[in-house]
Design a protein around this ligand. Sequence first.
Ligand code: HPA
Length: 271
Amino acid sequence: MFQTLHETVEYIKRKNDNFQPEIGIILGTGLGGLVNEIDVEFSMMYSNIPNFPISTLEFHSGKLIFGTLKGKRVVAMQGRLHYYEGYSMQQITFPVRVMKALGIQYLFVSNAAGSLNSDFKKGDLMVISDHINLQPESPLRGINDADLGPRFPDMSQPYHKGLIGKAIQIAAHEGISCHQGVYVSVTGPNLETKAEYRYLRIIGGDAVGMSTVPEVIVANHMSIPVFAISVLTDEGFPEVLFPVSLEEILATARMAEPKMTKILSQLIAQL
Ligand code: HPA
């Protein structure tokens, strides 16, 4: 892992004039709008970066974007990797390792998720305060590289408390409805049955999605403070469950996105 990481990081540094990002950003499905706020200095196709996994179509269009956002140097992943696409957990989280080696001190993550909490409506935002990992394995399975982090990393506070507080304040100030809650990660790509949505609510979830947790585990492994936020794109309420399509999920994500972009950019400005 160390050698692979070294090769990728050296390649990126050489290509981007040693640009040192302070903040890493991973943008979720239909939530790429924050990229428009970045003064882009440099971008790289994933497919041109050594050791970045390639196979699916979506990935070929993925880009690593370097630039400034509210005066902060950032690196943003436009297009994320999902376990359901067939990547291993190590592949999904490799970009987080790379961003850390490039110098990031914070990681910001967004995603689209289904609401499990009947008080949290479609189109609302939810700051992730904790998670339950129901994906089949941890990205830390296998030999541990002690240079990257400990064998048994603590997960008592995986999402940075101070950033959560600030985000809630920003939302209130902007009049944006923004909840806090527990995100459950599943493999997908199918959505859940009524019985599964009921189960996920019973075990303590407020929202369910197919991403984020692997990246957050790896960020915690390397002691990077994390902030993560979900756009609730559909309602997984078993008593009144309607069929939902990807188009509807994307349309809701697009509609709610400006609210999320406002919170993220102000939060980054305040760092
Ligand atoms: N379930 C799982 N993942 C999701 C959902 C959902 O209802 N909505 C958006 N991503």
